[in-house]
Design a protein. Structure first.
Length: 254
């Protein structure tokens, strides 16, 4: 997948400015940056949900418009909106999406997904009564249900306790071993340190590669500081740390 000189504007506001990025099979790419930097906008473009205002995104040798529905069937996207129906049970949600993708043996795939999410005993309970962490785990399985070749995650560790976060890290490693392309936007730098094959920083709509020396957090701070945002990096880390502590704690018991 190749992003070439891509820009995206919403009216007079430019969310992305001349962004270029190449992603290869078997890579986990970390998309880092402050809130409002353009990460969700870029993921939406990669998911073919929107088109660039300038430049192009190619999947192999074709654009999304050229590839059409066949390409979209190979994309799994977990956004901030979990795309679950709260009035349906966990099983019914997965069965619905299995039907949309035309999966073979959908009942078996759904059972496997519920087991992987640790929700077998809550399979027939409506999602509306689930904790955030339970909904997040179900949405992760919804994203991967059809075995997509391109996997896009926007803050996938939100609401997960430590055991669930560790399980997700394992899933990401399995996806890399299966030669998937994974692009992961996250503020959980300590969780993904050592997992990412590459890390890039979006800041004010512009993309740059992080250096290779030091921990991920140190490289992130240094790259922000190069742009005069050292103070913002510290403030962001403090706010993220405060917000993430409850999400890494033990989830309410179902």
């Amino acid at each position: 997948m190749t992003v070439s000189d891509v820009s995206r504007s919403y009216g007079r506001r430019r969310a992305l400015t001349h962004v270029s990025l190449t992603c290869s099979a078997g890579q986990i790419i970390g998309l880092l940056g402050p809130n409002g930097a353009g990460k969700s906008t870029l993921l939406g473009l990669l998911a073919t949900l929107t088109e660039p205002s300038g430049g192009e995104v190619r999947f192999g040798d074709r654009t999304a418009r050229q590839a059409g529905a066949a390409l979209r069937a190979q994309v799994g996207f977990l956004s901030h909106e979990l795309q679950l129906y709260p009035e349906l049970s966990a099983r019914e949600n997965l069965e619905f999406f299995a039907g949309l993708y035309g999966l073979d043996n959908p009942a078996d795939r759904v059972v496997e997904a519920l087991t992987s999410a640790g929700l077998s005993d809550r399979a027939d309970d409506v999602v509306e009564g689930f904790s955030r962490g339970m909904r997040q785990r179900l949405a992760l399985e919804r994203t991967l249900l059809h075995s997509p070749r391109l996997v896009l995650f926007d803050e996938p560790f939100t609401g997960l306790d430590e055991a669930s976060s560790d399980a997700l890290v394992g899933r990401l490693r399995d996806l890399r071993a299966a030669r998937r392309i994974i692009v992961l936007a996250t503020h959980d730098l300590d969780v993904v340190d050592g997992l990412l094959d590459r890390a890039v920083l979006l800041r004010r709509g512009r993309l740059r590669e992080l250096g290779s020396e030091g921990s991920l957090r140190e490289r992130y701070r240094a790259t922000l500081a190069e742009g005069g945002d050292a103070g913002r990096a510290v403030r962001l880390e403090a706010s993220v740390a405060g917000a993430s502590r409850p999400s890494r704690s033990k989830e309410p018991q179902p």
